[in-house]
Write a protein that binds this ligand. Structure first.
Ligand SMILES: NC(=O)c1ccc[n+]([C@@H]2O[C@H](COP(=O)([O-])OP(=O)(O)OC[C@H]3O[C@@H](n4cnc5c(N)ncnc54)[C@H](O)[C@@H]3O)[C@@H](O)[C@H]2O)c1
Length: 382
């Protein structure tokens, strides 16, 4: 009996995060890492020490020219995602690109189109969609346990790491936008945001954003790398129950509260009417505990090998980028509510030549495109 061929992976970017991708793709039975690239030789030397059989190079194009490599992980700074991902797709590689997909939404659309044209998988590393607590919360919401979700409130803070390429919104709130979209199975139509540049002149260390979803549900996000406490929380308030996710709490990561405001059974006049506070059981659902990054790698591997979509694609990535863009425009307008443009394809004035796009001064441009059938060619011969 012939053994199943493994997905052969290359990793571009071996800084803080890239080596974690190497580790998880090495750990899986159905994948292996052949080579990695980084501009920094010291970082490559560290990878070589840890994974002696993985080839290293400072020229990422060597990975693209290698026909033995099926798929590439792009784990470089956000500003480089568009060009590197496009190059990988043009070379016929499947791509798992770190979050956010890229800086601006028109580039996200180009990447989506390119992946489609090349019939290659383009998955975005929205890793929290592989977090056991978030998956359970989505199951509870989808099963109607919370009733109708009224609002979400997410906090993602820590002291560092401070980035010099993107602000706290792009770096941190990206995760929470992808989580909220996933939980609500929807995407925001408008955003209001404020941020402050404290440690650097033009890069916001802290941002507060409010997202409005089409059915009126609100999501509030607090993202900061200038905060004394590491917090990764999300509260979901529903019409019948409430839930609280705390990724930093290893015991009670997700709590489901049977709490809310109930109407009194009878009242004679409006003056007598008073909501009754319901404060019943707190339930701690069992959660499957596996490393989200490993699950993400497994999903990507399966998506490529088996040809069925298994995670966030370019359209999901584009929705997040489009929301970030609108939030940036709101920040520049002192928190004004900015619409998330539903169709950038018919608003060409918003698509600028790449050179004219400032790194952090982005304009809002979105599209609510139909979910594409992202089923790719299963490229691996058995
Ligand atoms: N999902 C998560 O939880 C998570 C966590 C951390 C970082 N990230 C994402 O991962 C990406 C990388 O973040 P990081 O913290 O590792 O950054 P980093 O700056 O530590 O590492 C980036 C590496 O990319 C290399 N690089 C840049 N351009 C290159 C090129 N053209 N060819 C080869 N190498 C190149 C740099 O030399 C550097 O070593 C970012 O997109 C970030 O948002 C995601």
């Amino acid at each position: 009996m012939s053994e199943e061929r493994k997905l052969r992976v290359g990793v571009i970017g071996c800084g803080h995060w890239g080596p974690n991708h190497i580790r998880v793709f090495e750990e899986l039975d159905r994948s292996m890492v052949l080579a990695c690239a980084d501009l920094n030789r010291q970082r490559l030397a560290r990878v070589q020490d840890r994974f002696p059989h993985v080839r290293t190079t400072t020229r990422y194009r060597e990975l693209l020219d290698d026909p033995a490599i099926d798929a590439i992980v792009v784990a470089t700074p956000t500003a480089t995602h568009f060009e590197l991902t496009a190059d990988c797709l043009r070379a016929g590689k499947h791509v798992l690109v770190e979050k956010p997909l890229c800086l601006v939404s028109h580039e996200a659309l180009q990447l989506s189109d390119l992946a489609h044209a090349q019939r290659r998988v383009l998955m975005v590393g929205h890793v929290f969609l592989f977090n056991g607590g978030i998956i359970k919360l989505r199951e509870l919401i989808a099963a109607g346990e919370l009733g109708q979700v009224r609002y979400l409130d997410a906090v993602r803070t820590n002291l560092g790491p401070v980035r010099g390429d993107v602000n706290a919104l792009y770096d941190l709130a990206t995760h929470d936008i992808s989580i909220c979209n996933y939980l609500l199975a929807s995407a925001p139509v408008a955003v209001s945001a404020l941020g402050r540049c404290i440690s650097q002149e033009t890069i916001e260390d802290v941002a507060f954003a409010t997202l409005q979803y089409p059915d009126g549900t609100l999501a509030h996000l607090h993202a900061s790398w200038l905060n004394p406490r590491k917090m990764r929380t999300l509260t979901a308030v529903g019409s019948s129950k409430m839930a609280h996710w705390d990724d930093v709490d290893p015991q009670d990561t997700l709590r489901l509260y049977d709490k809310g405001l109930d109407e009194p059974p009878y009242y004679n006049s409006f003056g007598e009417f008073q909501y009754l506070i319901r404060s019943a059981d707190v339930h701690v659902p069992a959660i499957k505990r596996t490393e989200p990054l490993l699950r993400q790698a497994e999903a990507f591997t399966s998506w490529v090998l088996d040809g069925h979509r298994r995670g966030p694609d370019a359209t999901d990535g584009w929705r997040v980028v489009a929301t970030l863009e609108a939030a940036m425009e709101s920040m520049r307008n002192n928190g004004a509510m900015v619409d998330v443009d539903p169709n950038p394809r018919i608003t060409p004035t918003r698509t600028m030549p790449r050179a004219a796009v400032p790194l952090l001064g982005l304009t809002g441009a979105h599209a609510d495109r139909e979910e594409q059938d992202t089923k790719a060619d299963p490229v691996i011969a058995r």
